[in-house]
Ligand binder design. Structure first.
Ligand code: ASP
Length: 357
């Protein structure tokens, strides 16, 4: 069914009903192949051009996605779980919470050896990070997507799914946990960033580099993941704001957030972790209200440090109780703070510890 109105599209396509299809698992003579779950959530990989408007719409089913991958049944038996079909701009922490729960339930099945999650690339790094922090299973989970839709001249989705299967069925790559794997590169969700809006080589792990590379049906491992921590999924997630500061910022956004019902604010500062004096005063206002304030930087590579003095300098911010997020990007610092705040007995110390990892 093609639904053309954006809003109804969202509600119709966000179905938490799991459709399971064994149709790719029945090949003769392939009994020893591993069984891999493909959990579909949407994104460009599941979109095609609407012939009337030319805009992209989510109409590719899990079955279609799998059928578009040549040779898939030589690698694994596939079970499809249709979780949702939404653009990843519509993802929320609560949806990721349900996805994480679903993936863990799927991976509890002893017959299933790993899961591929198809997801829009716009927020993939954040969703994958959420699952990296919360999926309890040690089986591999690989996030894949596509930069080109299924009706384009050369869709990248099928090859990305194929490579994800190569990775997941390779023993070498099992220590990677949850990964973001696109265009042959395997990335740690914590470190990877989307860097291009339309190019297939969009994901980049900066100076830390990717975990590995997939070529000619083989996985080449480059490095281990640097850190991993796990949280139990809370019943509810606390609200956390994310505010980017800018030249001439008068702090009003921080004050507004502090006056609303948030439990935490992530401040994306500049450089090595600084804000101007007005924002500094607004941060003190938030801290006085017992709101946890976490500092990140707008800079692509590198961490925040208590280096600079003066009102708004990193040193002074840390003295006043601001938690430093290291090199964790702002959107992920927000997810980490939400999860850390939802754990029993969370305090400044326990939360600060989470950001040290
Ligand atoms: N807008 C799409 C999404 O994130 C982009 C993509 O999937 O590449 O859902």
């Amino acid at each position: 069914m093609i639904v053309r109105k954006g809003v109804s599209l969202f509600f119709l396509s966000y179905l938490l009903i799991v459709f399971q299809c064994d149709c790719f698992s029945q090949r003769k003579g392939k009994v020893d192949l591993p069984t891999i779950a493909i959990v579909t959530t949407g994104g460009t990989i599941a979109e095609k051009k609407d012939p009337e408007t030319g805009s992209l719409i989510p109409i590719v089913s899990g079955y279609d996605l799998v059928q578009a991958v040549p040779g898939i049944s030589d690698l694994a038996k596939i079970k499809i779980f249709e979780f949702s079909n939404i653009d990843s701009s519509r993802m929320t922490p609560d949806i990721w919470k349900n996805l994480s729960k679903k993936v863990d339930v799927i991976l509890k099945d002893t017959e299933i050896d790993g899961a591929i999650v198809t997801h829009g690339t716009d927020t993939m790094e954040v969703g994958a990070y959420f699952l990296d922090l919360t999926v309890q299973s040690e089986k591999p989970v690989v996030f894949v997507g596509a930069m080109k839709d299924a009706s384009s001249f050369s869709p990248d989705g099928p090859e990305n799914i194929y490579n994800a299967l190569v990775q997941i069925t390779s023993k070498q790559a099992h220590c990677f946990g949850v990964t973001v794997t696109l265009n042959q590169y395997i990335h740690s969700p914590r470190d990877v960033r989307k860097t291009e809006t339309t190019n297939i080589q969009t994901f980049d792990s900066g100076k830390k580099g990717c975990l590995g590379y997939i070529a000619a049906g083989m996985v080449h491992c480059f490095r281990k993941r640097f850190c991993s921590q796990k949280f139990f999924l809370p019943k509810t997630l606390k609200d956390v704001s994310l505010i980017k500061t800018f030249a001439g910022d008068n702090g009003s956004l921080v004050r507004y957030a502090a006056d609303s019902d948030v439990k935490g604010i992530v401040i994306e500062g500049v450089g090595a972790g600084n804000v101007n004096e007005e924002v500094y005063k607004a941060i003190l206002y938030a801290l006085e209200k017992d709101i946890f304030v976490v500092l990140t930087t707008a800079v692509f590579d590198g961490a925040v440090y208590p280096l600079y003095g003066g009102n708004g300098g990193g040193y002074e911010l840390q003295q006043r109780g601001v938690i430093f997020a290291g090199d964790l990007p702002s959107e992920k610092a927000r997810i980490l703070l939400m999860l850390a705040l939802a754990q029993d007995n969370s305090s400044s110390e326990t939360i600060a510890k989470c950001f040290e990892m």
